[in-house]
Design a protein around this ligand. Structure first.
Ligand code: BGC
Length: 379
C-alpha cells in the first residue's frame, strides 16, 4: 500500500492499518487503530504513581495521545494535503522525555500559567511568595507545577474520544493558598477539534491561570521553521512587557507595530523588529466569555490550518524563542529556535499584580470554567 494513501484506505477498507507516522520527525511504523474511542496503555511510574498514555481516535482516524503525567498532549497525528500522516505538536514517545523537563511540551500549566513578577502577590493584604524559577519571576506554577504532577484519569466510556483528568493542588503547594480541585477534559471530535475544558474550585481565595502549552508546527517536521507559517490573531491590543517579560501594565494598540496580526501574515515578516521574538500576551477583541474564534494558523507545505477558539480574554503567542537545539525529537532531529510555536489561551501575565487586567482571583464557592478548542483542517 502506498504511504500517501494508507491513511484514507485504512479507514475505508480495513478499520486498522500499519501506517508511517511522524512525530515531528520521529518516523515510526505503528498500528493505527481507526476505531473511534479511547484506549489506555501503561507508560511508566513516577512519584510512586502509575502513568498512562491514552490514545483518542476519532471517526476519521485522527489520533491524539495524552498522558496523565502533566495532563500532557504528546502527539496529534493527522493527514496532510497528500494524505501523509504526521504529528503537528512537539512530543516524546516515552515518559523519560518528559521527566527530563522539556519546556512544558504539551502540558497543562498551572496553578498560574505565565509569569508573576518577583513571585509575589497579595490577596486581601496577605502577601504570598512563590519560588522564582525564571530569573527574578515565577513562571508556569513554580518548581513543580501542574505539568510535573501525575493526574488522576477516567475515561467514562471507551467509545467516546474523551479523557477526564483531575488533580488536587494542596493548600500551600508552590506557595499558592487554598486546596484547589482542578479538572481538565480533553475531547477529540469527529470534526478534528481538540476541545479542552477546565474546571476548578478552591476552599480559600487563590489565583488561577490555566492553559495548555502545546508547541505546534503544522508541517509536522521540526526542520521547517514556523516563521513561514501564516497567523491571524483577532486582537487590536497587546500587553507590552519589560526585559523580564513582565507586563508594564499598559494595553497598547497593535496597529502599525509588528504585533499586528489582525490580518493574516507570515510570522517571520516582522519578527526581526521584536527583541527576542514574539513572547507576548494579546488582548483578544472578544467582549465576553463566550467561546469565539481568536486565531488561525496556516501552513502551505502541509495544507493544514489550525483555528483556535476560546472563552479566555488573552492568548500568549510564543515563537519558541528559547528552543536552542539542545532537545531533540524521538527521531533525533534537533528542536531549534522557531521550530514550533505556542498559542496559549489564558488570562494576562502577572494579573494578580495588575489591577487593570481581568481578575484571576478565584473565591470559595465560585466555579472556574474555561474552554479552548483547537480545530485542525486540511486543504
Ligand atoms: C513563555 C516563554 C517560556 C515558555 C517555556 C511560554 O509560555 O511565555 O517565555 O520560555 O513558555 O517556558
Amino acid at each position: 500500500m502506498k504511504k500517501a494513501t494508507a491513511f484514507s484506505l485504512a479507514i475505508a477498507l480495513t478499520g486498522a492499518a500499519f501506517i508511517t507516522s511522524c512525530n515531528n520527525n520521529q518516523t515510526t511504523t505503528e498500528k493505527m487503530e481507526t476505531k473511534a474511542g479511547i484506549t489506555k496503555a501503561a507508560w511508566g511510574n513516577t512519584d510512586g504513581k502509575d502513568v498512562f498514555l491514552y490514545t483518542l481516535t476519532n471517526a476519521k482516524g485522527v489520533q491524539v495521545k495524552i498522558s496523565n503525567y502533566g495532563a500532557t498532549v504528546t502527539s496529534w497525528v493527522s493527514p496532510d494535503k497528500n494524505n501523509k500522516p504526521s504529528s503537528i505538536v512537539l512530543g516524546f514517545d516515552s515518559l523519560s522525555g518528559y521527566l527530563a523537563k522539556p519546556p512544558y511540551f504539551g502540558a497543562v500549566v498551572g496553578r498560574y500559567g505565565n509569569r508573576i513578577a518577583k513571585g509575589k502577590f497579595k490577596i486581601d493584604n496577605t502577601q504570598y511568595t512563590l519560588a522564582t524559577n525564571n530569573g527574578s519571576n515565577a513562571l508556569h506554577g513554580g518548581l513543580k507545577g501542574f505539568d510535573k504532577q501525575v493526574w488522576d484519569a477516567s475515561t467514562e466510556n471507551d467509545s467516546t474520544a474523551s479523557l477526564l483528568l483531575s488533580y488536587t493542588s494542596k493548600d500551600g503547594e508552590e506557595g499558592y493558598p487554598g486546596n484547589l480541585k482542578v479538572t481538565v477534559r480533553y475531547t477529540l471530535t469527529n470534526d478534528n477539534e481538540l476541545k479542552i475544558e477546565y474546571n476548578a474550585t478552591t476552599d480559600k481565595p487563590t489565583v488561577l491561570n490555566l492553559t495548555n502549552h502545546s508547541y505546534f508546527n503544522l508541517t509536522g517536521d521540526v526542520s521547517n521553521s514556523i516563521l513561514d507559517e501564516t497567523l491571524m490573531i483577532d486582537a487590536d491590543n497587546y500587553t507590552p512587557v519589560d526585559t523580564t517579560l513582565i507586563p508594564t501594565g499598559e494595553i497598547k494598540p497593535v496597529k502599525g507595530t509588528p504585533f499586528d496580526f489582525t490580518k493574516a501574515k507570515k510570522i517571520g515578516l516582522e519578527i526581526g523588529a521584536v527583541s527576542g521574538g514574539y513572547d507576548h500576551n494579546f488582548v483578544l477583541n472578544k467582549k465576553d466569555s463566550s467561546l469565539q474564534k481568536i486565531a488561525a494558523l496556516k501552513d502551505s507545505i502541509s495544507g493544514r490550518t489550525l483555528e483556535v477558539f476560546t472563552t479566555q480574554p488573552g492568548v500568549q503567542f510564543y515563537t519558541g524563542n528559547f528552543l536552542d537545539g539542545t532537545i531533540s525529537t524521538p527521531g533525533a532531529k534537533k528542536i531549534n529556535q522557531h521550530a514550533a510555536l505556542c498559542l496559549e489561551t489564558q488570562h494576562f501575565p502577572d494579573s494578580p499584580n495588575q489591577p487593570k487586567f481581568p481578575t484571576t482571583l478565584l473565591l470559595p464557592g465560585e466555579q472556574f470554567h474555561s474552554v479552548t478548542v483547537y480545530k485542525l483542517s486540511v486543504n
